[in-house]
Design a protein around this ligand. Structure first.
Ligand SMILES: *Cc1c(COP(=O)(O)O)cnc(C)c1O
Length: 231
């Protein structure tokens, strides 16, 4: 069996694998949303994805995301911001992003809420990014800060808490890491029952994420092919 080698092939193959994982988990594939992460790829690739039916795309760097979303403004795409977001870029990110997956500190919540009040996008959907490592530099809130951050978002004007987001750390079995994400999701739901979504699962581990309840998959290279060298 040869590897699929066009964008359409890879998208179809990935969708089939997602369907198989959902079946394995006993879940309805309709409850899974796939965000195609297009970082480092040109706007032309996003346009091609659009022609293949993709509507949710993810980016991790503000400037690049802003440029691509400007270039593709006529397409009804939902842009998801999945990378670390500087507080002083929060307002600009809301000019294109419909969902911010990487909220990890109260200062960012405040910046988003303040920007939202003067912006046009409301409400803004956010995930709390969990840091599953012991390294505070990795981004994400640690377990001890999770509940209070959730409360900060719930109280903030114009923000809607969707749930939790995480990247499985290297060196840990992804399924075990995603089980911890599921437990964190339950803690957040105790505060905000509507925040039932889980953004987890990348090209190498989306099956394990689906088995642990992920609802929003962030898949890049399995669909896009290898990323070009970082511009
Ligand atoms: C790049 C990236 C992804 C997608 O990674 P792949 O391994 O290419 O699927 C998902 N989430 C985040 C936060 C990313 O930065």
């Amino acid at each position: 069996m040869s590897a699929p080698d066009t964008l359409a092939d890879r998208l179809a193959a990935t969708r089939a694998r997602i369907g198989a994982a959902a079946a394995e988990a006993g879940r309805d594939p309709a409850e899974l949303r796939t965000i195609v992460v297009t970082k480092f790829h040109p706007a032309s690739l996003v346009r091609e994805l659009y022609s293949l039916g993709v509507r949710d795309v993810g980016e991790s760097r503000h400037q690049e995301a802003q440029q691509k979303s400007d270039e593709l403004a006529e397409l009804d795409l939902s842009w998801h911001f999945v990378g670390q977001l500087q507080t002083n870029k929060a307002r600009q990110a809301l000019s294109y992003a419909r969902v911010i997956h990487s909220v990890d500190r109260p200062s960012l919540v405040e910046a988003l809420a303040a920007a939202e009040q003067i912006g046009r996008h409301k409400p803004v959907d956010v995930f709390l990014q969990l840091n599953l490592t012991d390294d505070p530099g990795r981004g994400g809130v640690d377990a001890a800060g999770l509940e209070s951050l959730a409360e900060t978002v719930v109280m903030a004007e114009g923000l809607r808490l969707l749930g939790v987001m995480a990247v499985a750390p290297l060196g840990e079995e992804p399924r075990a890491a995603f089980a911890r994400v599921r437990a964190a999701s339950e803690r957040v739901r105790a505060i905000e029952p509507a925040a039932r979504f889980i953004s987890a699962g990348m090209s190498g581990d989306f099956r394990e994420a689906i088995l642990e309840g992920a609802t929003h998959l962030r898949i890049g290279s399995a669909i896009t092919g290898n990323r070009p060298v970082r511009p």
